[in-house]
Design a protein around this ligand. Structure first.
Ligand SMILES: [Zn+2]
Length: 459
């Protein structure tokens, strides 16, 4: 599915309004593909856009190339790395708000490049807004509209006919929400991404009470079905915490150097790692720019405190810092680069010998390798380099942030939406979801599998 650098992908032509439709769903990115999540909803002449994400593999391949490349909204759309907002055609001028569900780049990464095409504000929960604000700063861009922060269960008016409601949901990044749109012609719920975590280690359980109140009242549910093929209930984050303890406290590690790598945005996981480091009487040290960025954002909005961690957040500071360390077995290092990215801190530590890794040292991947060719190749190269040094490897010490088949079943039984659009899945996952929905009692005409640009008439 990867495209060579700079190659353009076929553009979706601008789409026309469906004749007579007052309420439409307009998929802009992430439908029948995984990444660059974005959908628009039109209510007469008022439009909102939900999420503006990046297709991360295409984005990284493009921006990592050795040539100097221009990163603009236009080029990102051309290479298929950003949602094609031009699908909106003449409706582009009617966008009244951009609403974001959570802080993952496949949901918010295109905001600094595309939001300024619209004369409207950006709405999200505090942690997500904090990340977006920092992204604009990093790109040295100014936001045209205001960045408006809302509580995780807030309800607010976007335009004359559109009222938005955030409903708190668990995922793998703090302050995640589902978005419910109330319109004169019906209700649309956007639950992308989600998991049902009944033992979250940071923040509350999902807002089940509100989901139950809405039973039978949602006309269209747009649902994250990434793991619809997985016939399980996705385990709680509490399980990941126990897996980490099992590996780090339950193996022989005296005298060993320990490095853990995980998602920088996974604040709950990072706190769990720090807590285990303390149980081991080791000093937690975070190495890498994105770890600094996300932990600072979490602290800025009061979600978590990392004052008990030493953070070496600039790439050029990591080498001199590690050079001074004479007793690495007194530390627990957390480094970026769990996907084996060649330029990330973990690969640099290994390839440049920044820490003298050898027999019985430990590297833990508290993550899952994304199954695309370039990532699998990078991870294998890193694993091989570690194995050549006889390092003990622990991979997949992780649980997902996405619901699976049995979570989808509970979601449908709880909410009983009238119609469903599965999203965020490869075709096989969308098909597996359709099969489940039929098992729950939906007729095939109530489950719409759509592609980008394919407008759906709600009313
Ligand atoms: Zn996500």
């Amino acid at each position: 599915m990867l495209v060579p650098v700079h190659s353009k992908v076929p553009r979706t032509p601008p789409s026309e309004r469906i004749k007579g439709a007052r309420l439409e769903i307009i998929p802009l990115g992430g439908y029948s593909e995984v990444g660059r999540n974005s959908v628009a909803v039109r209510v007469d002449d008022e439009i909102v856009i939900l999420d503006l994400g990046l297709m991360m593999d295409r984005y990284i391949e493009y921006t990592d190339s050795d040539e100097l490349v221009e990163v603009s909204g236009r080029t990102l759309i051309e290479i298929g790395a950003a949602p094609d907002v031009e699908i909106l055609g003449a409706d582009r001028k009617n966008v009244r708000g951009i609403l974001l569900t959570h802080g993952h780049l496949d949901h918010i990464g295109a905001v600094p490049y595309l939001a300024n095409r619209f004369d409207c504000d950006v709405h999200a929960t505090p942690f997500t807004i904090e990340l977006v604000r920092r992204m604009f700063d990093d790109e040295k861009r100014l936001s045209r509209g205001k960045l408006v922060s809302h509580d995780v269960n807030d309800r607010f008016q976007i335009s004359e006919k559109i009222e938005a409601e955030f409903i708190y949901i668990t995922h793998s990044v703090p302050h995640s929400v589902m978005i419910l749109l109330h319109t004169p012609y019906g209700r649309i719920m956007y639950a992308n991404d989600f998991k049902f975590d009944n033992n979250p280690t940071l923040g509350p359980k999902p807002n089940y009470a509100r989901l139950r109140e809405l039973e039978g009242k949602v006309d269209y549910l747009i649902l994250d079905t990434l793991y619809a093929e997985s016939e399980i209930k996705t385990p709680s984050e509490k399980i990941a915490e126990e897996m980490l303890k099992d590996v780090l406290l339950g193996t022989q590690s005296r005298g060993s150097t320990i490095i853990v790598s995980t998602f920088s945005s996974h604040i709950a996981r990072l706190r769990a790692i720090v807590n285990v480091a303390k149980m081991m009487k080791r000093k937690p040290v975070f190495l890498g720019r994105s770890l600094r960025k996300y932990t600072e954002a979490a602290e800025a909005v009061g979600i978590a405190d990392f004052s008990d961690v030493e953070i070496v957040g600039f790439g050029n500071k990591v080498k001199p810092y590690l050079k001074k360390i004479t007793d690495p077995d007194k530390y627990l290092f957390v480094a970026t680069g769990h996907q084996g990215e060649p330029k990330a801190t973990l690969s640099r530590i290994v390839n440049q010998g920044l820490l003298p890794l050898a027999d019985n040292d430990i590297v833990v991947f508290s993550s899952k390798t994304i199954p695309v060719p370039v990532t699998l190749e990078n991870k294998k190269r890193l694993d091989d380099a570690l194995k050549a040094r006889h390092v003990r490897l622990f991979s997949d010490i992780h649980v997902s942030g996405h619901g699976a088949r049995e979570d989808h079943r509970d979601f449908l039984n709880m909410l009983k939406p009238k119609n469903i659009i599965p999203t965020h899945g490869v075709p096989a996952a969308l098909a597996a979801f359709k099969n489940l929905a039929e098992e729950v009692g939906y007729t095939p005409d109530k489950i719409r599998i759509v592609v980008n640009g394919e407008r759906v008439k709600v009313a």
